[in-house]
Every structure is written in C-alpha cells, then in structure tokens.
Design a protein around this ligand. Structure first.
Ligand code: SAM
Length: 321
C-alpha cells in the first residue's frame, strides 16, 4: 500500500536519512520527531533514531484510524473478502460515514494513484484472481505492519488526528504549571512537513471535516513554518519556498502519471514538463547553525589528522588536551 497522493514512497528512505543526519548536527538533544502531514508514513517509517519519540498526525480521520488499527493487529482481510471485492462493495464502503478504517484502506489503497475514493479499480492477472484490494493488503503487510506492529514489543508511534495548525496550542487551563509544562514539552522537536503542494490537487476528505484540504492555504502554511522554526528544527518538502528558507536536499523526479503513455507523453517529455525536482527546505537561521557546526567539525578533523611536526603551537596545545 504505497500509492498515496503526493506520497514519498520512492524517496522516503533518502529523506529520512538526510533529516536524521542534519538533525544530529544541529539539534542532537532533540527527543521528539513529528510529522503533522503523515499520510501513508513513507518517511516516518524510515526514521530510526532510537532517541526520538515518533508522533504521526494527519487531519484525515479514516487514515489515522486505519494506522491505529494496523498497529493493533488489524488487516483488511479480517473484514472483507479481498478476492471477491467488487464495485458493489466499493460503493457500499464509499457511502460509509467517518470514521472508518476500511474506508481509508479502500479509498487510498485500491483507487487510482492513491487519490482518495477517486474510482474503483479491479485488475486480474492471468490465471490468478488478484484484485487491487489484495495487492493493497500485500503492500500494507510489507510496508506498514513491520513498523506499526513489530514482532518484538509495541511500536512507539503515537497517532493524532488533527489539523497541523492545532499543534503547539496552549492547553485551555488557567493552571500556570500546566502551561509551563506544555511550553517545555513543545520545544526542540524535529518536525518534517509534507503538505499539499502549492498548485497541486487538494486532498478529498469528503464529509467528516468541513475544512476541505482543497482549500489549503500555502501562504498561511509558511507563516506557521516560520513561527515553528523559532523553537523547532523544521524540514519542509515542496517544489519552492519563500526566500528565508534554504534548500538542503533535492532530487530530480519523474512525474509517473505520464509514464507509459505514448504519443501525448512524448510531447510532454520533450517539453521537459514531466520532471519535477523534489526539494527539502529548512529556515535559513537553522542552516547558518548547520554551516557553523560543519565548519568547526571539519577544522577539528583537520587538526586531529595534521602530523605533529607541522602543527602550529596553538593546534598542538589543542590536540594534547
Ligand atoms: C503529501 S501528503 C503526505 C504524504 C506522506 N508524506 C507520505 O509519504 O505518505 C499530505 C497529507 O496532508 C494531509 N493534510 C492536508 N491538509 C492538512 C491539514 N490542514 N492538517 C493536517 N494534515 C493535512 C492530507 O490528508 C495528506 O495525508
């Protein structure tokens, strides 16, 4: 179950490795890692720093319920016959109210390009009955189960269904101690944001939430990112960013939707329109810290490898400490 609109399945491992390495340089004391737009967890499941408590959040209620259910040992085949699943069943699941884990599985896992409840897909392979529902469950078993439901002990991932703007809001209480505790806890987190990109399709939540993600306000998003970057190390995936954010990683990608189409595709390829560069941004203040740490580490390394006879007196003093 890796198809997900805007999902990072193809680059999740690389992104996670870069985030962990960068954070180790500038915020080694961090103990919390948050993804407020967790989607299908393609990055979070590759985050392996044992010092970090992992928090996964998304405002999609069905999705979060599905992740929680898988963490507790649930699989879609416990509730439906994956081989016989047909258009009639699809329509029934689609008409269900939120919150429904099966709706998330069908809506994301078995629809075109992982776009929520976009259309019923059923395919069969020669001589076997292989429905898209079966393939999606195989994806869950391979990609999510080992992380959400590990063989040894429970997973540490904490799931929350909420809008990203609600993170860090002070608790509704006059108790000063409680507020102070909250302030201390909501500090020095490593946060990775993978929001709906500007000028791309919105996310269809259908019903359970009146603020549709199609209305995602990208300008407001960057204001929040700026504010959060004052107390946290925040990484953001996007194609472009405001001037006070710096690109710290990038990779050329191919828009897979165009692959496999012939005539129309050739034109698009010639124009180069189907290549998008995925980028990762951090606020420039954090990048200044990163550069400083990097430089001082390089200097220390140089000094520790310089032969004794060529060292300046100062450097010799340092190395004998
Ligand atoms: C690009 S996808 C994340 C993909 C994820 N990184 C992955 O690899 O599977 C963006 C996610 O943001 C969620 N989302 C959209 N608007 C949101 C909001 N205001 N607050 C929290 N989540 C939101 C969507 O439900 C969607 O799951």
């Amino acid at each position: 179950m890796t198809r997900y609109q805007g999902g990072k399945a193809a680059i999740g491992t690389e992104l996670a490795a870069h985030i962990m390495k960068y954070a180790e340089h500038v915020l080694p004391e961090s103990r919390n890692y948050l993804e407020p737009f967790c989607g299908m967890l393609s990055v979070l499941t590759n985050i392996t720093n044992p010092q970090w408590k992992r928090h996964a959040a998304d405002r999609h209620p069905d999705l979060i319920q599905m992740h929680r259910a898988i963490a507790n040992g649930w699989l879609p085949s416990h509730d439906i016959d994956l081989v016989l699943f047909d258009k009639h069943d699809y329509d029934e699941v689609k008409s269900r109210e939120h919150t429904d884990k099966l709706k998330a599985f069908i809506g994301f896992g078995t629809c075109h390009s992982g776009m929520y409840m976009s259309s019923f897909v059923r395919y069969t392979k020669l001589n076997t009955q292989n429905s898209s529902a079966q393939a999606a469950e195989a994806g869950i078993v391979n990609n999510l189960v080992p992380h959400l439901c590990p063989a040894f002990g429970p997973s540490d991932i904490e799931f929350t269904c909420q809008d990203y703007r609600d993170w860090g809001c002070a608790p509704c209480t006059d108790d000063e101690e409680e507020q102070q505790r909250h302030k201390l806890q909501w500090k020095d987190w490593v946060i990775y944001c993978d929001p709906p990109y500007a000028s791309t399709n919105g996310y269809n939540v259908k019903g359970g939430d009146t603020r549709k993600t199609a209305d995602f306000d990208n300008e407001e998003f960057w204001t929040h990112m700026r504010e959060w970057s004052g107390s946290h190390l925040v990484f953001i995936s996007e194609y472009t960013a405001p001037d006070d954010f710096v690109c710290v990683w990038e990779k050329d990608g191919i828009n897979k939707r165009h692959l496999g189409r012939k005539s129309a595709d050739k034109k698009t390829q010639q124009k180069g329109n189907n290549r998008k560069t995925e980028k990762l941004f951090v606020h420039k203040e954090w990048h200044t810290v990163f550069e400083r740490v990097k430089q001082s580490r390089e200097e220390m390394k140089k000094q520790s490898t310089t032969p004794l006879q060529t060292q300046e007196p100062d450097a010799m003093e340092w190395s004998s400490e």
